[in-house]
Design a protein around this ligand. Structure first.
Ligand SMILES: *[C@@H]1O[C@H](CO)[C@@H](O)[C@H](O)[C@H]1NC(C)=O
Ligand SMILES: *[C@@H]1O[C@H](CO)[C@@H](O)[C@H](O)[C@H]1NC(C)=O
Ligand SMILES: *[C@@H]1O[C@H](CO)[C@@H](O)[C@H](O)[C@H]1NC(C)=O
Ligand SMILES: *[C@@H]1O[C@H](CO)[C@@H](O)[C@H](O)[C@H]1NC(C)=O
Ligand SMILES: *[C@@H]1O[C@H](CO)[C@@H](O)[C@H](O)[C@H]1NC(C)=O
Ligand SMILES: *[C@@H]1O[C@H](CO)[C@@H](O)[C@H](O)[C@H]1NC(C)=O
Length: 325
């Protein structure tokens, strides 16, 4: 039985393995300090001049003073109370600091509290980057480092999300300002606010006419900034909506004189084009002249012709009568 390691021994062994493996992990820290700052490890014992004082860092003796005489370390390493002064901290100062005191007669003053100190860099000021994702969504991503906590603000109001990336429907956040607050145990920084700009303010579109096939016409609504979110709608002169889509194709004979407009829109703006008329099919004779229907001219011409014929007939008849007489 005695040769068998007890459960407690195994547990202690495993625990020590664990604590070695996780050295420097923040879960082990009692106190956090920022790189470059100072920290004093308090000696929770009233020191006598005759006492011998030792400070250990992770089992290494780093300071030893016996009867006012410094044997290891510098005089300056401790203050008048015997507390250990750590200045200009680097991550190398991370560790467990423990004091030991022996009286003049060599007896120990007992177990004194130790401190596990962790030195961390202050967080950098974070940046928020914006990505327009699939139609209608936007991602905001905070440049958060490892082991740093994050909180989000939308127009200075704290949000629930604690993740690095925030996804929103664009229509809900057209003008909203997003910023992230990044923190660790020694500091916090907040980013500058960022707004979505997935949608550009649209400019006036231009309609181009393209004769396709032998009896079709295609109108194309051209916009200068073409992102994925632009919607196209077509109207005719009577403002009756025709179809959606960037192009509109019609049988030419159905739209000989129809004036088409396109309406481009996205969630923040819209614009209407100038009207466009097909130019593929010219009727064999003009249907209008000086804005007056050709039928007026044809009708007028026919009337004139009849008048001439009637007049000629009347003249002829009169002439014959005269001859008879
Ligand atoms: C920290 O310790 C490592 C080795 O333990 C050493 O190489 C490095 O220079 C030290 N850094 C500082 C800032 O003291
Ligand atoms: C944020 O951006 C600035 C300028 O581009 C850069 O200097 C800084 O390092 C960035 N911060 C982080 C945390 O990436
Ligand atoms: C946007 O964020 C979501 C959730 O974090 C992620 O799954 C997706 O890949 C991101 N999309 C882009 C384009 O960054
Ligand atoms: C950022 O978060 C930290 C930690 O939660 C907090 O102490 C700090 O006040 C926050 N800063 C702002 C500006 O809200
Ligand atoms: C007209 O359409 C055809 C095919 O649809 C295309 O190849 C041609 O480039 C277009 N022309 C113009 C002026 O848009
Ligand atoms: C153009 O489309 C937008 C978005 O659908 C709409 O709000 C606007 O009223 C339309 N304009 C016209 C003149 O139809």
């Amino acid at each position: 039985m005695k040769k068998m390691p007890s459960a407690a021994t195994i547990a202690v062994f495993l625990l020590s393995c664990f604590s070695i493996a996780s050295t420097g992990s923040q879960a082990d820290c009692d106190v956090y300090a920022a790189t470059g700052s100072s920290f004093t490890v308090r000696l929770k014992h009233v020191l006598k001049d005759s006492d011998s004082l030792r400070w250990f860092k992770n089992e290494n003796l780093i300071f030893h003073r016996r009867s006012k005489k410094v044997i290891i370390g510098k005089n300056d390493d401790v203050d008048s109370t015997g507390s250990l002064k750590l200045t200009q901290l680097t991550k190398n100062n991370t560790g467990r600091y423990a004091p030991q005191i022996h009286r003049a007669d060599g007896t120990s003053a007992g177990d004194l509290p130790s401190v596990r100190l962790c030195v961390l860099d202050r967080v950098q000021k974070p940046n928020v980057t914006m990505t327009c994702t699939d139609k209608g969504h936007v991602n905001f991503t905070c440049s958060v480092g490892q082991n740093e906590k994050i909180t989000w603000f939308m127009d200075d109001e704290a949000l629930e999300e604690k993740e690095k990336t925030l996804t929103r429907e664009i229509k809900d956040v057209l003008k909203a300002r997003f910023s992230c607050n990044v923190s660790n145990s020694v500091s916090s920084e907040i980013s500058l606010p960022v707004q979505q700009n997935c949608y550009a303010t649209l400019q006036k579109p231009h309609v181009t006419v393209n004769c396709t096939g032998d009896s079709e016409v295609t109108f194309t609504c051209a916009v200068s900034q073409k992102d994925n979110y632009v919607e196209f709608k077509w109207f005719n002169k009577e403002n009756k909506q025709q179809e959606s889509g960037e192009t509109l194709t019609k049988k030419t004979k159905d739209v000989v004189n129809t004036r088409f407009f396109c309406n481009v829109s996205n969630p923040i703006s819209y614009h209407i084009s100038d009207p466009a008329v097909q130019n593929c099919f010219k009727p064999s004779f003009p249907t209008e002249l000086l804005g007056i229907s050709i039928w007026v001219f044809i009708g007028g011409g026919a009337g004139l012709l009849i008048l001439v014929i009637v007049t000629a007939t009347v003249c002829c008849v009169r002439a014959r009568r005269k001859r008879r007489i």
